[in-house]
Design a protein around this ligand. Sequence first.
Ligand code: SAM
Ligand code: SF4
Length: 343
Amino acid sequence: MINTIKKAQITHELSQQEIIDILQNDECNNELFSAADNVRCQFVGDDIHLRALIEFSNICKNNCLYCGLRRDNKNITRYRIDIDTIFELAQHAAKNMGLKTIVLQSGEDVHFTKEKMCKIIRQIKTLNVALTLSIGEKSLEEYQAYRQAGADRFLLRIETTDQDLYHYLDPKMSWQNRKQCLLNLRQAGLEVGSGIMVGLPNQTIESIANDILFFKEIDADMIGIGPFIPHPDTPLKNEKGGNLIMSLKVMALTRLLLPDINIPATTAMETLAANGQMMALQSGANVIMPNVTLSQYRKNYELYPGKSNTNCTPDDTLLLLRNKISSIGRKIADDYGFHKKQI
Ligand code: SAM
Ligand code: SF4
């Protein structure tokens, strides 16, 4: 096992079976995490990129079985932040907090038409920031319009490459279409971020190994991996959910195989353990997305329970992060943190 990890560290290649062996066996976890940490240091350095996350609408036309924002969940208060307020939040993050990337995330909310999104994008780009969108499946033409308006990156998790599982989890959605969206994002000239949840019901180790190989196949610029955390107001409320160690292992393997990409230490990891994100930063991750949405909205963007640390203001969150980051001997980047391809 140690030899396989060493091989991955040098060649950045593993077979499906080799990935399965590492995921199934916990004896070499420390070696895996430290190999991923070394590869991270070698390819993307010690800097941590902070991306300011604005959750601007929790309204969604989809009904994904796992998500607290799903259309049929009547137990949340729905909100949409108006365009001026979105800009003010972005301005605060850029000017007062010094953050270099703004991430706009939402449910699939039809209110935000292509024209409205382009208007928001153009406005935010006057702040000299990089801009990431995470707003779901759109047409190639829409992705091209966002790019033209100034958007730089787009996050769209494939969730799982097991198509049967995907179709069970995301009723009326098509896995092929989601994959096509990822190809269209690339064609539109946006940096492509994807990822999966770990610990979905009936998710196999084999399919997770395929997920990691899929990240390589689509030549991803960013990969976010988080444990699935069951939400009490969804059909999956009684499922077990994912665990931190398995999520970290999937993330570490992703770093070994895609050494120069951006990998966030995800909020879902921090939800499972108070030091989850710091563990991730020491096992291959190099990005954190602090939430800068006001707490009055944040408490209703509950994808899973325990997600929103609503007592913290955006400024408090940043201060806390700065301290944690310096405590592990790392520093916050002062550039935009684009994917610099090295292999
Ligand atoms: N609506 C857009 C989409 O689905 O691509 C963007 C926002 S969506 C809420 C962002 C991500 O949250 C999803 O891609 C999914 O992986 C994650 N997510 C949703 N429900 C979750 C849960 N119960 N546990 C962990 N992650 C979850
Ligand atoms: Fe909507 Fe995204 Fe949640 Fe699915 S994961 S219900 S598309 S917000």
